[in-house]
Design a protein around this ligand. Structure first.
Ligand SMILES: O=c1ccn([C@H]2C[C@H](O)[C@@H](CO)O2)c(=O)[nH]1
Length: 142
């Protein structure tokens, strides 16, 4: 793994320590790397109403968008201290695609754990994605 991605994984690991996961006891951290070098992290946030829980990747994407980021997503690291390895759930793939598609990026997704590290392009994890393009001309500036 390139050194900068090792650092990104480390940031995801640190984020996982802040997870609010009292129900599943499965902590997840995500770290998004942007072209300007910025990193935005997130951890999963569970809810007593289980189905309302938010995944780490979703929290990170929401943080990035609410900070005003509208593209430049280069890589995403996801990790859990409670699993040997991890790959983003289906909903997270769609949520990541929302940010990536804003500038037609195809970020590297890194699933890291003690059991090994796997890398994919987001387009591999979510081929033929439904994205903002499908609505072009139908939506306003958000
Ligand atoms: O890609 C994933 C998959 C799962 N989780 C969280 C959701 C839930 O809080 C816990 C167990 O599914 O892990 C994530 O944060 N990201």
């Amino acid at each position: 793994m390139r050194e900068d991605y090792a650092d990104l994984v480390q940031q995801a690991q640190r984020a996982a320590e802040t997870a609010h996961a009292p129900y599943s006891r499965f902590r997840v951290g995500a770290a998004l790397l942007f072209a300007d070098g910025a990193v935005v992290t997130g951890a999963n946030v569970e809810n007593a109403s289980y189905g309302l829980s938010l995944c780490a990747e979703t929290v990170a994407v929401a943080r990035a968008l609410s900070e005003g980021r509208r593209g430049g997503l280069v890589a995403v690291a996801v990790t859990s201290p409670d699993a040997d390895t991890i790959s983003p759930c289906g909903r997270c793939r769609q949520v990541l695609n929302e940010l990536a598609a804003l500038d037609r990026a195809d970020p590297l997704v890194i699933g890291a754990g003690e059991g090994g590290t796997r890398q994919w392009r987001l387009s591999h994890l979510l081929p033929d994605a439904f994205g903002p393009d499908a609505l072009s001309g139908k939506e306003g500036e958000g």
